[in-house]
Design a protein around this ligand. Structure first.
Ligand SMILES: Nc1ncnc2c1ncn2[C@@H]1O[C@H](COP(=O)(O)OP(=O)(O)OP(=O)(O)O)[C@@H](O)[C@H]1O
Ligand SMILES: [Mg+2]
Length: 215
């Protein structure tokens, strides 16, 4: 049975595709992994996958798309028996696909920039999570701090704000503001395959936490 990881956020440009592609690349080293791009026609993850395919780098990874929640459920049902991991890159809005991702994922990661504005913007998604939890109370949604810069606001302040305003758990590993994420994405690579050791290490820490959460 595949473990399903959804990457959800209503705000655009927060790092969903960065998180989904890097996570899919890392998990594909552990077992058969499918990355489903649910943010089409934009299709960042699908484009990244196409570059990887052209470079002969897919290995244990398959990359596909889902136009909407019906196709997502259909594909996940088809894949769940043959894959070890399914990673879903969601759209930047509360569409049916986001709700379905909350219901079907074992773990949902919610990338969030370290600013009050992004925390406020996530409020609507939190309401959607609460509504979904009425149907499935064990839904596990965790914030992943992205573009995290120590000097913007202290980590403790942000963490407290998130608990008070959003009531969500967070992953301990934080992703810094590093050009490596864009450089790797644009080449169909993961940061583990790129030259920035700090990015590689911090993402490695996140992958270890994700695996622990899925165990
Ligand atoms: N930690 C980071 N440091 C620096 N740049 C980053 C970081 N995370 C993401 N980016 C860059 O920010 C841009 C948006 O990231 P990404 O495409 O992952 O976000 P998204 O939430 O999927 O956006 P969209 O709404 O466009 O789908 C990309 O150019 C990406 O390379
Ligand atoms: Mg995206």
């Amino acid at each position: 049975m595949a473990k399903i990881i959804g990457v959800v956020q209503v705000k655009g440009g927060v790092g969903r595709s960065t998180l989904a592609t890097n996570l899919a690349a890392a998990l594909s080293l552990e077992g058969a992994t499918t990355l489903i791009d649910g943010d089409v026609p934009q299709g960042t993850s699908a484009s990244w996958g196409a570059l990887r395919r052209e470079a002969g780098r897919l290995g244990n990874l398959t990359v596909t798309t889902a136009q909407d929640h019906v196709e997502l459920v259909h594909k996940a049902r088809q894949l769940v028996g043959s894959q070890d991991y399914i990673v879903i890159d969601g759209p930047p809005r509360i569409a049916e696909i986001t709700k379905v991702m909350l219901i079907m994922s074992r773990l949902c990661l919610l990338p969030l920039g370290a600013s009050a504005a992004e925390v406020w913007a996530t409020g609507d998604l939190v309401q959607t999570v609460e509504a979904a939890r009425r149907r499935r109370p064990e839904i596990d949604v965790r914030i992943v701090w992205n573009r995290f810069r120590e000097h913007t606001r202290s980590a403790r302040e942000l963490s407290e704000a998130v608990h008070a305003q959003l009531g969500l758990e967070e992953m301990q590993a934080r992703l810094g503001y590093r050009v490596a994420y864009g450089e790797a994405l644009g080449r169909g690579l993961s940061v583990s395959e790129w030259t920035d050791r700090l990015a590689r290490d911090e993402f490695g820490g996140l992958v270890a936490e994700v695996k622990a959460a899925l165990a």
